[in-house]
Structure formats: structure tokens, C-alpha cells
Design a protein around this ligand. Structure first.
Ligand SMILES: NC(=O)c1ccc[n+]([C@@H]2O[C@H](COP(=O)([O-])OP(=O)(O)OC[C@H]3O[C@@H](n4cnc5c(N)ncnc54)[C@H](O)[C@@H]3O)[C@@H](O)[C@H]2O)c1
Length: 263
């Protein structure tokens, strides 16, 4: 898939890994539909990237009506720019750590579990689901007649969740698991599906970690022994978009880090 002349829908696009993708895509001649809860960051990014190549849609991916209204707006916007959809990058995500059972025998709250699953898993599926009818009718590209690519975001926690990460690991494990069946469902439309599973990357999500947690994670790293940079994530997304042979796979982006049981 070519980036130039195509629009990519990026949820969580106003910060961190999603924002790096928006910047890369626009720098390659593509357009970014930025869906996020945070209007200040979203608008600041549009100001930076230019309103002909980026548009902000205030969206809560946990709310199906909110996604529907963003998708309607995107359909209208791509008509005016002449840049049809080329892909979907559902990067909105949250963590809310909590033990499944704490020392005082209090089980994790269902509210906290639902919060994480609704955004990371249900929000990913719902955004993809609602964008697909638009993507599936685009003019196919190249000899392979490709229509687009979905790049989902899992995490190392999909494989080695740490203490307190049961809900997060459940949401990211499910994202990893749905990669292959989704690729199989969509192959007839010329749409590929790839998931990236990053380890610790610098972003607003990890900026709130205590020094103890951050240093503990750094000790578990092989090489390089540092957090990944958002640009290192977006550079893999660019390769995924451009390389038609990448499909139905979960790619770990972690410098050989395997999360330990305890920090
Ligand atoms: N940073 C890491 O170390 C790391 C590691 C593995 C996976 N991830 C995953 O990468 C993705 C991006 O995270 P990040 O590190 O860039 O974090 P971030 O906090 O910098 O960005 C996440 C963005 O998602 C938005 N968001 C949150 N809830 C939303 C909702 N309901 N609807 C719409 N937007 C919402 C936030 O406003 C924010 O702009 C997430 O799915 C996260 O789980 C991050």
C-alpha cells in the first residue's frame, strides 16, 4: 500500500505512538484522520501538520455512536481531499493496573476491568468494524489489487503480563489473537491485518511510571537497554503499510525484552 495520496485513520492519534504515526504518514504525502478523546492535543497536532493533511475528530472509542459520527465525518473529509482510505491504526489504549485479588481479599473491580477492555479491545474492534465498509470500496492499488491495511497495537503484556496487568493483558492478548482471523476474513477484499506488540515506549502512558518501575523494566531489557521511541514504532508501521507480504502476523517490537515476573 502506498502512503502518499491515502488517508489513514488513527485512534489515540493525538499522543505517543499514534501521534508519531500521524507525523510519519503526513510527511510521506498521506493524510491522517486523528481520533482521540483529547481535543487540545488533537488540535495542536492538526496545527502542526496542516489542515489539508490532518483532521481531528473528537472520539471516544468506547462509545459506538461516537465512532459512527467520526466515521461519517471521515467519509465526507476524504471526498473533499481526494485521498481515499488506505488503512486503520487503532492505537487508542489505556492501562489501569490492579491485582485480580489484593492482600485484603478484595477482587479487582469490574468497572476497572470493563474500562480497559472497552477501550483496548472493544474500541479497537468497533473502530475497525465501522471503518471497513469505507475501506472495502476503495479503488484497489497495484498488481495485487490491495485496498488497505489494518495495523493494530498489542503489547508485550499480550505474552508476559506482569502483576496487576490481568485486564490489560486480556485486552492485548485478544488483539493479538484476532489478527489472523481478521486477516483471513479480509483477504477477499485485499485488506491486510498486522499487529505490533511493543515493549516499553516513551509516551504519556509510560511518563507516569515511577522511577522504580521504569528502572526495573530497564534492567529486564537486552539491547537496546532503554525505552523505545515513538518514531521507532511509526517506522515499523510505515514498513507494514508498504510491504504487502506482511499479513496475519503479530510483530514484537521489543529489543528482545521479555517482561519479568517481578521488578
Ligand atoms: N507506551 C508503551 O510503552 C506501550 C507499550 C505497549 C503497548 N502500548 C499501546 O500503544 C497504544 C498507544 O499508547 P501510547 O503509549 O502512545 O499512550 P498515550 O497515552 O501517549 O496515547 C494514547 C492516546 O489514546 C487516547 N485515548 C485514551 N482513551 C481513549 C478513548 N476512549 N477514545 C479515544 N482515544 C482515547 C488518549 O487521549 C491518548 O491521546 C496503546 O494501545 C497502548 O496500550 C504502549
Amino acid at each position: 500500500m502506498k502512503i502518499s495520496g491515502r488517508t489513514f485513520v488513527i485512534s489515540g492519534g493525538a499522543s505517543g505512538l499514534g501521534r508519531a504515526c500521524a507525523r510519519d504518514i503526513v510527511s510521506q504525502g498521506g493524510a491522517a484522520a486523528i481520533l482521540d478523546l483529547n481535543p487540545d492535543n488533537g488540535q495542536a497536532l492538526v496545527n502542526e501538520l496542516g489542515s489539508s493533511s490532518a483532521k481531528f475528530f473528537e472520539t471516544d472509542v468506547a462509545d459506538t455512536e461516537s465512532i459512527a459520527s467520526a466515521v461519517k465525518g471521515i467519509a465526507e473529509w476524504v471526498k473533499t481531499t481526494g485521498k481515499p482510505l488506505g488503512g486503520i491504526i487503532p492505537a487508542a489504549g489505556v492501562g489501569r493496573p490492579g491485582l485480580i485479588l489484593d492482600k485484603s481479599l478484595q477482587p479487582a473491580s469490574l468497572e476497572a476491568i470493563n474500562f480497559v477492555i472497552d477501550i483496548n479491545l472493544r474500541g479497537t474492534l468497533d473502530l475497525v468494524r465501522q471503518c471497513l465498509p469505507l475501506l472495502a470500496v476503495t479503488e484497489p492499488h497495484g498488481a495485487d489489487k490491495e485496498r488497505g491495511v489494518i495495523v493494530m497495537v498489542a503489547s508485550s503484556a499480550a505474552f508476559e503480563g506482569q502483576m496487576g496487568q490481568v485486564a490489560y493483558a486480556a485486552s492485548k492478548g485478544a488483539v493479538a489473537s484476532m489478527t489472523l482471523p481478521m486477516a483471513r476474513d479480509l483477504s477477499r477484499f485485499g485488506i491486510r491485518v498486522v499487529t505490533i506488540a511493543p515493549s516499553m515506549f516513551d509516551s504519556a502512558m509510560t511518563a507516569v511510571m515511577s522511577d522504580k518501575v521504569r528502572l526495573g523494566l530497564q534492567k529486564a531489557m537486552e539491547f537496546p537497554a532503554r525505552a523505545g521511541q515513538p518514531e521507532e514504532f511509526s517506522s515499523l508501521v510505515k514498513q507494514v503499510i508498504e510491504n504487502v507480504m506482511l499479513n496475519g502476523v503479530v510483530i514484537r517490537l521489543d529489543g528482545a525484552t521479555r517482561m519479568p515476573s517481578k521488578l
